[in-house]
Design a protein around this ligand. Structure first.
Ligand code: AMP
Length: 190
């Protein structure tokens, strides 16, 4: 299986690039953020539980993340691999990922980390707020999401770097140019 984690701060372009990568390599797509938003939209108990946490830009508990991930992974059949977007978000989740993939007799092929300066990220997210109207794309929540990222999520990159499994890509430029950089990086991991 080809298992990729697309990594980067909020606004790095993970969602945009994921769509293209999933199509090229025929992968199942797992975005924990999308799954949580779907739970909210469907009005489930889990959706209600996570709303305040997400609106404040904090991380949802690892227990709830495991719940939605297990449900999703168990529903996958005959897949070529999985693209993870927005997971793992902290070191505990990195260990959870190893466990989930071991159960499937596989492992993470590589992590692709998109690097984008913070001023550019803020600009992109405020633009996205106008287009998509996500309730967590307002300046105050965005600032907290960056804080959460630097405190809890950024160490995950170092963890995979030390394992020799993380490639950092320049995430600034045209969508197609960034996509080509990602494809080159994935092909080198194969
Ligand atoms: P995203 O769509 O990836 O930007 O995620 C939006 C929000 O969902 C985050 O700010 C968190 O509140 C929550 N979230 C998404 N993925 C995770 C995760 N793996 N662990 C904890 N919280 C998450």
């Amino acid at each position: 299986m080809l298992n990729i984690a697309l990594f980067g701060p909020p606004g790095a372009g993970k969602g945009t690039q994921s769509k293209k990568i999933v199509e090229k390599y025929n992968l199942a797509y797992i975005s924990t953020g999308d799954m949580l938003r779907e739970e909210q939209a469907a009005g489930t108990e889990l959706g209600r539980k996570v709303k305040a946490v997400m609106d404040a830009g904090n991380l949802v508990s690892d227990e709830l993340i495991v719940q939605i991930l297990e449900k999703k992974i168990n529903s996958l059949q005959n897949v070529n691999g999985i693209l993870f977007d927005g997971f793992p978000r902290n070191l505990v989740q990195a260990y959870i990922l190893t466990g989930l993939l071991t159960k499937l007799n596989t492992e993470l092929t590589c992590m692709i980390s998109l690097e984008v300066p913070e001023e550019e990220l803020m600009k992109r997210m405020l633009k996205r707020a106008e287009i998509e109207g996500r309730s967590d794309d307002n300046p105050e929540t965005i600032r907290n999401r960056f804080k959460q990222y630097w405190e809890k999520t950024a160490p995950v990159e170092k963890f995979y770097k030390e394992m020799g499994k993380c490639v950092t890509i320049n995430g600034v430029g045209l969508v197609d140019d960034i996509y080509r950089r990602i494809v080159n990086a994935i092909d080198q991991c194969l």
